[in-house]
Design a protein around this ligand. Structure first.
Ligand code: SF4
Length: 394
């Protein structure tokens, strides 16, 4: 092949490649514009019908209609990854213990974590406390009123900023949480994976398009209530749904696959063997400080391994951890097993109660009188053990 022919072929190839790219861009743009146009038409119908539905299906909740941004913020942080029924009593407790943002800022982190005990995702409590101090110091204890200023606060993402801005100040920002994504993806029959970058953007834009600009607070609360009570993850109440006729998922049997997730949730198993080193009336505990689950809470002497330890393997492990087994007697039949499922981890825990004759020297651990153990905040799994099993052991 001579050089001229080769040049010609290369030029053709690039021409075809460029044309193909142009066709793809044009087709995608047409599809995107059509989708947007369809979305706008469907959005008008949806917002009106949703507000109509809300008139007769308003759920009673203590934070509903609240205009105090600090209380709204508390409720939103408490309700993340938490059922309304469980969050309710924590919300009331926080309002009672910390009626103003100054009260929350003035408390110690240990006090806040103790009040948060049992609610899980403890970084929420630590961020709440940090941000309260930040608002007192940098905003003269006045909650910011601008969406972007709210968003800049630690622990506040797009969802919480939109919730506070709309509920407290009637600003037109749409909330996008699991309920909203589920409702919109089913109603629109959208198979875009919500856990991808493009999916996140798509649901943000769509939710904003659907928002009733004149009633952002009512609309935002209504769509979340609707997702929680009608368009539920499992067994949605389609027969009673005002959107049944237009809902694409319902009419094309897509309910079970929507919303679509790209990544599978992987959960890893962890094995915690806890040793309650008891000396007279004291037990050794520590505050968890590493970047791991339950940071800021307390636990007992921990040995994490690929499996739970048996009585036999415990002696060796204690020796390895510089605890002299000659000073230790393992109380007979005094170990107890528990499990806790977290979002990405399943914790298997076994508790050994080990009375010791001499005080061990353990870095980070300190003795606490058993009668005073209740003042420290522990993870749910340990509290369960203390309430159910440790009492009977004592
Ligand atoms: S018809 Fe069913 S799937 Fe569709 S919006 Fe209503 S409850 Fe959800």
């Amino acid at each position: 092949m001579n050089l001229k022919k080769l040049r010609c072929k290369t030029a053709n190839f690039f021409f075809l490649k460029q044309s193909f790219t142009t066709i793809i861009i044009v087709t995608t743009s047409i599809l995107f514009i059509s989708l947007l146009f369809l979305t706008i038409i469907m959005a008008n119908h949806f917002s009106k019908a949703l507000l109509e539905w809300n008139k007769t299906n308003d759920r009673e909740m203590p934070w509903k209609g609240e205009k105090n941004a600090y209380y709204i913020w508390l409720s939103e942080i408490i309700l993340q990854q938490t059922r309304v029924e469980q969050g309710w009593k924590y919300y009331e407790k926080f309002i009672l213990h910390y009626p103003t943002i100054q009260d929350l800022a003035a408390a110690s982190e240990d006090e806040v974590l103790k009040d948060w005990e049992g609610l899980g995702y403890y970084s929420r409590a630590r961020n709440l406390h940090f941000t309260a101090k930040q608002i007192v110091e940098k905003h003269q204890a006045v909650f910011p009123t601008d969406y972007h200023e709210i968003l800049a606060l630690k622990g506040i993402g797009n969802y919480t900023a939109a919730a506070i801005a709309s509920f407290a100040y009637d600003l037109p920002y749409a909330v996008v949480d699991g309920n909203v994504i589920r409702v919109l993806s089913r109603y629109l029959g959208s198979e875009i994976a919500f856990d991808t970058t493009i999916g996140k953007k798509y649901f943000e834009v769509t939710a904003q398009e659907f928002l009733d600009q004149k009633n952002p607070a009512t609309y935002n609360q209504a769509i979340m209530d609707f997702g929680a009570t009608v368009c539920k993850p499992i067994a949605p109440l389609c027969e009673d749904c005002p959107f049944q006729q237009k809902c694409i998922a319902y009419n094309h049997q897509l309910i079970d696959i929507l919303p679509y997730r790209a990544k599978k949730l992987v959960s890893k198993n962890r094995y915690f063997t806890y040793v309650l080193l008891v000396h007279n009336e004291d037990v050794f505990i520590r505050k968890r400080s590493e970047n791991d689950i339950w940071k800021g809470l307390h636990d007992f002497f921990l040995i994490e391994d690929k499996q739970l330890l048996t009585e036999k393997s415990l002696l060796k492990a204690l020796q390895k951890n510089k605890l002299d087994p000659s000073d230790i007697t393992i109380a007979k039949a005094s170990f107890f097993d528990h499990q806790q499922q977290l979002t990405h981890q399943k914790i298997f825990a076994r508790f050994f109660v080990v009375p010791i004759r001499q005080l061990p020297v353990l870095e980070h651990y300190f003795p606490v009188n058993l009668k005073k153990i209740g003042i420290f905040a522990f993870p749910k799994l340990i509290n369960y053990f203390l309430e159910k099993d440790f009492v009977s052991f004592k």
